[in-house]
Design a protein around this ligand. Sequence first.
Ligand SMILES: *[C@@H]1O[C@H](CO)[C@@H](O)[C@H](O)[C@H]1NC(C)=O
Ligand SMILES: *[C@@H]1O[C@H](CO)[C@@H](O)[C@H](O)[C@H]1NC(C)=O
Ligand SMILES: *[C@@H]1O[C@H](CO)[C@@H](O)[C@H](O)[C@H]1NC(C)=O
Ligand SMILES: *[C@@H]1O[C@H](CO)[C@@H](O)[C@H](O)[C@H]1NC(C)=O
Ligand SMILES: *[C@@H]1O[C@H](CO)[C@@H](O)[C@H](O)[C@H]1NC(C)=O
Length: 353
Amino acid sequence: MSDHCLILCYFMLLLMISLSTTSGSPAGTKKPKKYVVNLDIAPEKRWNQVAMDHAEVIKDVHTIVTSVIPDVLFPYIERIAAYIDYYLQNPYAGEMRGFATALNISVGDVVMMNLVYDVSAFCTSIISQDASGQIWHSRNFDYNFTDILRNITIAVDFQSGGETEYSIITFAGYVGAPTGQRPNVFTVTVDERDKGSIIWNLVIGILDKQVSPVSFLVRDALAYDRNFSAAMDRLSYTTTAANAYFIMGGAKQGEGAVITKGRFAPDDVWKLDPASGRWFLVETNYDHWTTPPPRDNRRDRAIKAMTTLGQKNISVRNLFDVMSTPKVLNSRTAYTVVMSAVKPSLMQTWIRL
Ligand SMILES: *[C@@H]1O[C@H](CO)[C@@H](O)[C@H](O)[C@H]1NC(C)=O
Ligand SMILES: *[C@@H]1O[C@H](CO)[C@@H](O)[C@H](O)[C@H]1NC(C)=O
Ligand SMILES: *[C@@H]1O[C@H](CO)[C@@H](O)[C@H](O)[C@H]1NC(C)=O
Ligand SMILES: *[C@@H]1O[C@H](CO)[C@@H](O)[C@H](O)[C@H]1NC(C)=O
Ligand SMILES: *[C@@H]1O[C@H](CO)[C@@H](O)[C@H](O)[C@H]1NC(C)=O
């Protein structure tokens, strides 16, 4: 009798566990590991836990990175590494040095990893304003080497005095911010724009001390800008090594934009305009006023999915579903994020398996 009861209880428990895991993480996804990086301690020590937890995988990444970067650039990268404090601003220089020490690899290797990720990939970002006026931001991050990236995708809260200043989704070993949120101020993502040899531009730009790697600039905005328009200005008018799309969502109605960034200034700023029916903006990797190549129709699929969803239907779950539309979600998608600056605790990331 009591045996039966125990067995029954056991199955009930299993059922409950499986139900709760399905509702917590949709099929084919998992949550990234979460870290707190303490801004009140030295840059060299902040990432120690992340480095320790990912030491083996980060070393794999290094093998790939050396195969992607043209050999002719190695001497230049060695030069940047040798004078890292001169060429790269803090805290990035210190944080990269910290990774090198913790992983027992050269600073040059860490610099190389960071440069490769700055060439930030084929992505889809969508800004939308729901029927109540709340701004939402969703993105898929697509890149090569997806199997490895899925293993090192992490969610990081940067804290000072125990408060979260800003949060990013990034890869262990990488100190830039491809996806971020400053609570109650703005959310931001970067999509790749360039067609040229970006790594070359990036390395030469850094040697000139003229330019900011794109994702360091985004982290600067998250760290220093206290309102939407200040962040828009920084991202628009700072010289960057590469062209990029900066997709921005604010905390107030109407605060949503896609900055099509040339190296020195924006080529275009495209804004939400819900009053005239433009309640969402989709940016993939093409200028929004041009037609994407037929072989890459992520944009049209995403627009169709948003239109079908409708402005009244926006929620974390429904935006996740939009980002899961075939083609928008593809074999190179490493992760999906949904966030809303005005409700920072909604921020959710799913690693796609
Ligand atoms: C660091 O790596 C070098 C070789 O690159 C090795 O000789 C040394 O033992 C390593 N140190 C630690 C603490 O693992
Ligand atoms: C990524 O893969 C595509 C196609 O497979 C290739 O054309 C491209 O050069 C790769 N990019 C890098 C950085 O390896
Ligand atoms: C990713 O992690 C899983 C589980 O830890 C491991 O089995 C797999 O080999 C890793 N993949 C890569 C490409 O590192
Ligand atoms: C935004 O921040 C900038 C710089 O901190 C400040 O000069 C500006 O007045 C602020 N704008 C608004 C609308 O609060
Ligand atoms: C909500 O979205 C579903 C499809 O996801 C659609 O069938 C339904 O009509 C939408 N409801 C509203 C109120 O827009």
